[in-house]
Design a protein around this ligand. Structure first.
Ligand code: DGY
Length: 327
């Protein structure tokens, strides 16, 4: 292989970097900052590269692909979600895009359970009170919330992650409902019942979102659908921020249309500290840490490196999001 250049947009787990840096024919530049490269720097750094290793914090669009140039052979993203990438723009240029499905399923399901339980039982608010010296006594009514055990949980999007969440919830004796466009045969394994969306919204104590962000799913949970939920219910989102109309959600939490929200994802990310969501006592907001287990992140980094290397060799990516580039 002749010498090739790649740009890696952040320091990622070493196991992934080692695979790339161990290739004598590859000259890799790694952006060393804790924050993503500013857009104008990114546009400079990609000029003339053969491969791009990126994260969901980078917008990959026509402008960036033009800046990179026609020699760009592969875009490899260290994430399963690719809503930051203009897939049509990559496909038009015959550039394969890689992602990392599967390896973050269990970590994301763990975090979903943690967020669901933490939202119900006010964990963050209670822990903050202890730290701030506001633990005055044992309070008979303090920090009470709904039971997860024995509740009805509605999963919208019973795919890989939705199923992993459902499996965990079996230990909580919950009634499991799910909504997909078509029933998933694997639902039987977790005892989940396929219902229409209105039934799921009306009957669930917890509604958990597990579907990707696409133009079709933007603001899937809107004011009208929030009004269909129980006033005691909690909305849990570990998918993508823009699948929820956040303005409508803030209103619903303020007005008691629903009781709680547990969000690992928001619009925008990062969420500015003065966003109204952060002053609501019934909203728990995390900084998009669904896949943040050490193992998951190492596997994501490795898988993204393997996609990158395959693309540079002109081979089919092991996990390609736009396989139509192969004709
Ligand atoms: C992904 O891979 O899409 C996740 O959101 C990252 O945690």
């Amino acid at each position: 292989m002749s010498q090739q250049t790649v740009f890696i947009t952040r320091l990622v787990p070493q196991k992934g970097l080692d695979l790339i840096l161990g290739e004598p024919t590859i000259q890799a530049e790694i952006w060393p900052g804790e924050l993503p490269p500013p857009r104008e720097i990114l546009l400079q750094k990609v000029q003339g590269i053969d491969g791009l290793y990126c994260l969901l914090t980078e917008k990959i669009d026509d402008e960036l692909l033009d800046a990179a140039g026609s020699q760009l052979k592969v875009v490899s993203q260290m994430a399963v979600g690719v809503d930051n990438i203009d897939m049509a723009a990559c496909t038009r240029r015959h550039i394969p895009v890689g992602n990392t499905p599967g390896v973050l399923t269990e970590a994301t399901a763990d975090l979903t359970l943690a967020l669901l339980l933490g939202t119900a039982r006010q964990l963050v608010r209670a822990a903050e009170a202890v730290k701030a010296g506001r633990w005055r006594t044992w309070e008979p009514m303090g920090y009470t919330g709904p039971d997860v055990y024995g509740s009805t949980v509605g999963i919208i999007g019973l795919g890989r992650i939705g199923l992993a969440v459902a499996r965990r919830l079996q230990g909580f004796n919950v009634r499991l409902l799910y909504y997909n466009r078509r029933p998933n045969p694997a639902a039987e394994e977790v005892g989940a019942t396929w219902v229409d969306l209105d039934t799921l919204l009306a009957e669930s104590d917890f509604v958990s979102l597990h579907f990707p962000s696409t133009p079709d799913t933007k603001h899937f949970i809107n004011a009208e659908r929030l009004r269909k939920m129980k006033p005691t219910a909690a909305l849990i989102n570990t998918a993508r921020g823009d699948v929820v109309d956040q303005i409508a959600l803030i209103e619903a939490l303020r007005e008691g249309i629903i009781a709680y929200a547990g969000l690992d994802v928001t619009t925008p990310e990062p969420l500015p500290a003065d966003n109204p969501l952060l002053s609501l006592p019934n909203a728990t907001v995390l900084p998009h840490i669904g896949s943040a287990s050490i193992t998951a992140r190492e596997k994501m980094a490795t898988m993204a490196a393997e996609n990158l290397l395959a693309g540079l060799r002109g081979e089919r990516l092991p996990n390609c999001v736009n396989p139509s580039v192969y004709g």
